[in-house]
Design a protein around this ligand. Structure first.
Ligand SMILES: NC(=O)c1ccc[n+]([C@@H]2O[C@H](COP(=O)([O-])OP(=O)(O)OC[C@H]3O[C@@H](n4cnc5c(N)ncnc54)[C@H](O)[C@@H]3O)[C@@H](O)[C@H]2O)c1
Length: 263
C-alpha cells in the first residue's frame, strides 16, 4: 500500500488550521502519526499549546494566527517554508458556527454576525488556500508530478441547512462551491483540491453551543451509526484523500447518511 508521506521526495509537511480543537486537532495528530511534520494553526494560542503539550516527537509545531488575516497567514507560510520545507498538505478546519435566525425578537440578524461567519469560514479558508497553492506550485513535483493536496471543510449545512443557519450555510456552501474551480485551476500545477462536508461530530464546536442548540443538534441521528461522528473519523478521511490521487474536485459528505431536518 502506498504511504502518502513517501509521495513527496523531500520532507512530508502539512499545515492544519483550527488545530487546537475538534476535527483539526485529530487531523494534525493523524498526519503527524503518519510521518508528516505539521504546523498546527489556531486563533487560540493557549489552547493550541496545551493541546499538543504531550506530543514529544517534535512532529507538530504550533503557530497562533487568525486565518482571515492576510499578513499573519503569509508569516505562517514563510516560517513553515524556512523551518520545515514547502507545504504538501493543507487541511482547513478553522471555522465558527454562530447560529442566528434572520428574523429575531430583537430585529433582523446583525450584519456583523453574518459578515464574521463569512470572514472566518470563507475568507479564512481561501486565504490559506491561496498561500498553500503558491508554495506547492513552486515545490518540486513528487509521485505523478503531484505537488500538493488541499482539503477544505464544508458541512452538510451547505446542502440541508436548518432554520438559524443562513450565515453558516452560506459560508459552507461557498467552501463547497470553490472546490471544483480550484481543482480545475490548480490541477495544472499538480495540486488537488477536495472538501469534506461533515454531519454532526462530537467536538467543542457542538458541545459549546447554547443548551437549546446543542439539544437540537445532538438529537439528530444518522441512519447508521446511531451516534455523533468522532474526530478520528474525519482525520481518517483526510488521510484517505491525501493517499488517493484520483480524488479531486469533489465534496464528500461524511455523515452516516444524515439529512438535517428544517429545525
Ligand atoms: N463539529 C461538527 O459537527 C461539524 C459539522 C460540520 C462542519 N464542521 C466544521 O468543521 C470545522 C472544525 O469544526 P470543529 O467541530 O472541530 O470545531 P471546534 O470549534 O472544535 O474547532 C475549530 C477551531 O477553529 C479555531 N478558529 C476559529 N476561528 C478561527 C480563526 N479566525 N483563525 C484561526 N482559528 C480559528 C477555534 O479556535 C477552534 O480551535 C469547522 O469549519 C466547522 O464548521 C463541524
Amino acid at each position: 500500500m502506498e504511504r502518502s508521506y513517501e509521495f513527496w521526495g523531500g520532507v512530508a509537511s502539512a499545515i492544519v488550521t483550527g488545530a487546537a480543537s475538534g476535527l483539526g486537532y485529530a487531523t494534525a495528530n493523524r498526519l503527524a502519526d503518519e510521518g508528516y511534520v505539521v504546523t498546527a494553526v489556531d486563533l487560540d494560542d493557549a489552547a493550541l499549546t496545551a493541546a499538543f503539550a504531550d506530543r514529544s516527537d517534535g512532529r507538530i509545531r504550533t503557530t497562533a494566527c487568525n486565518v482571515a488575516d492576510a499578513e499573519g497567514a503569509e508569516a505562517v507560510f514563510a516560517d513553515h517554508l524556512a523551518q520545515v520545507g514547502p507545504v504538501r498538505v493543507l487541511v482547513n478546519c478553522a471555522g465558527i458556527a454562530s447560529p442566528g435566525a434572520t428574523l429575531r425578537s430583537d430585529g433582523p440578524l446583525s450584519l456583523d454576525v453574518f459578515r464574521q461567519v463569512l470572514e472566518v469560514n470563507v475568507t479564512g479558508t481561501f486565504n490559506f488556500v491561496r498561500l498553500a497553492a503558491l508554495q506547492m506550485q513552486q515545490a518540486p513535483g513528487g509521485v505523478d508530478n503531484q505537488h500538493g493536496v488541499i482539503v477544505n471543510t464544508s458541512s452538510v449545512a451547505a446542502f440541508d441547512g436548518m432554520v438559524g443557519q443562513p450565515a453558516y450555510s452560506a459560508s459552507k456552501g461557498a467552501v463547497a462551491a470553490m472546490t471544483l474551480p480550484l481543482a480545475r485551476e490548480l490541477g495544472k500545477y499538480g495540486i488537488r483540491v477536495m472538501a469534506i462536508a461533515p454531519g454532526v461530530f462530537s467536538t467543542p464546536m457542538v458541545n459549546g453551543m447554547t443548551e437549546r442548540a446543542r439539544d437540537v443538534v445532538t438529537a439528530l441521528r444518522p441512519p447508521f451509526p446511531d451516534r455523533l461522528g468522532e474526530g478520528h473519523e474525519y482525520a481518517a478521511l483526510v488521510s484517505a484523500i491525501v493517499s488517493n490521487r484520483m480524488l479531486n474536485g469533489e465534496v464528500i459528505r461524511l455523515d452516516g447518511g444524515i439529512r438535517l431536518p428544517p429545525r
